[in-house]
Design a protein around this ligand. Structure first.
Ligand code: HSE
Length: 334
């Protein structure tokens, strides 16, 4: 049995969903992969709980759910107020898992790699702004840097482009990569106003904490940037063109409907060119997804057209991507 130690950074909804999967499927992973995961550190924005011997995840979840903050911990584990940059270097983890929304997380991802730790992340800005630097740092040290959950949650578009379509040359990707905007546009088609539909999406936990990132196309833009980096070459989010759904009116939605089409926030990724904008798509198009589904049409020289569709948001759906990456990295380590 190989034991792999983990440091979990971010203990909001996604972090807790990842912890629950590790708890509930621990035995299954031991049997299927011969892997035992030992979480030695868990951090939220208030504190880092760290025990080099391993934490009882059930207890950590209980404290967070009861008190809302890990700094309320009163048991025998050490509670630190280390910033993530120091914490990742200090803790005895093989893998650092970032499920935060920290825009500056690339600094501590690099620090983790420098201190010999692999990184798994669902956090988009580090890749959307610093892809080349991070991947180079990981490759130089032969460490895993995995990010399946950054695009389409656990629906494996990253693995497809990074590990599967190795002989193909990607020609273009067209995709719907944001569930919040799909949800709002669909509800507007059903007669709701923009604000009402947004409130619903927030209530369902689909929208980001600050939904402007979804509405203005920033979230989809981050994802499209990451896809460009994988399919072609590294660029940054600043190089893409982007228009959100903030100016879409009920009239626009109605017009699309009259044309037999539906409005979706569509990302187009071609070599050297990335755009995100609301477009009318035919109802029969694979991009006419509903609810929190995402879809991508990938065109390659050998395969022609390939469609990948599945959950693009949600807690266990995002945990699926993060945990798959943890297992992938662990299988490489052990
Ligand atoms: N807020 C995102 C969405 C989910 O609406 O698709 C996380 O990427």
């Amino acid at each position: 049995m190989g034991e792999v130690t983990l440091g979990l950074f971010g203990f909001g909804n996604v972090g807790r969903a990842v912890a629950r999967v590790l708890l509930e499927k621990g035995r299954e992973f031991e049997e299927r992969y011969g892997l035992k995961f030992n979480v030695v550190g868990v951090a939220d924005t208030s504190a880092l709980i760290w025990d080099p011997e391993g934490l009882d995840l059930r207890e950590v979840l209980e404290v967070k759910e009861r008190f809302g903050r890990l700094s309320e911990w009163r048991n025998d584990y050490e509670v630190y107020e280390l910033p993530p940059g120091e914490a990742v270097a200090e803790i005895n983890a093989d893998l650092v898992v970032d499920v935060t929304n920290d825009r500056e997380a690339h600094t501590w991802h690099l620090r983790a790699l420098e201190s010999g730790k692999g990184v798994i992340t669902s956090n988009k800005p580090p890749l959307a702004f610093h892809y080349a630097e991070i991947i180079e740092a990981a490759e130089k040290r032969g460490l895993p840097y995995l990010f399946e959950a950054t695009v389409m949650a656990g629906t494996p578009i990253i693995g497809l482009l990074r590990e599967t379509l190795l002989g193909d040359r990607v020609e273009s990707i067209e995709a719907v990569l944001n569930g919040t905007t799909t949800y709002i546009l669909s509800r507007m088609e059903e007669g709701l106003g923009f604000e009402e539909a947004l409130k619903e999406a927030q209530k369902l936990g689909i929208a980001e904490r600050d939904p402007s990132g979804d509405i203005l196309g920033i979230d989809a833009g981050y994802k499209a940037t990451i896809l460009h980096c994988l399919a072609f070459y590294p660029i940054t989010f600043d190089e893409i063109s982007r228009r959100g759904i903030d100016e879409i009116t009920s009239e626009d939605v109605r017009k699309a409907r009259e044309n037999g089409k539906t409005l979706r926030l569509v990302a187009k990724v071609e070599e050297g060119r990335v755009s995100v904008e609301p477009l009318e798509v035919p109802r029969s198009s694979p991009l006419a997804v509903s609810s929190t589904q995402n879809a991508a049409v990938i065109k390659t020289d050998l395969l022609g057209e390939l469609v990948i569709r599945g959950a693009g948001a949600g807690l266990k759906e995002t945990a699926s991507g993060v945990v798959s990456d943890i297992i992938k990295a662990a299988l490489g380590i052990v």
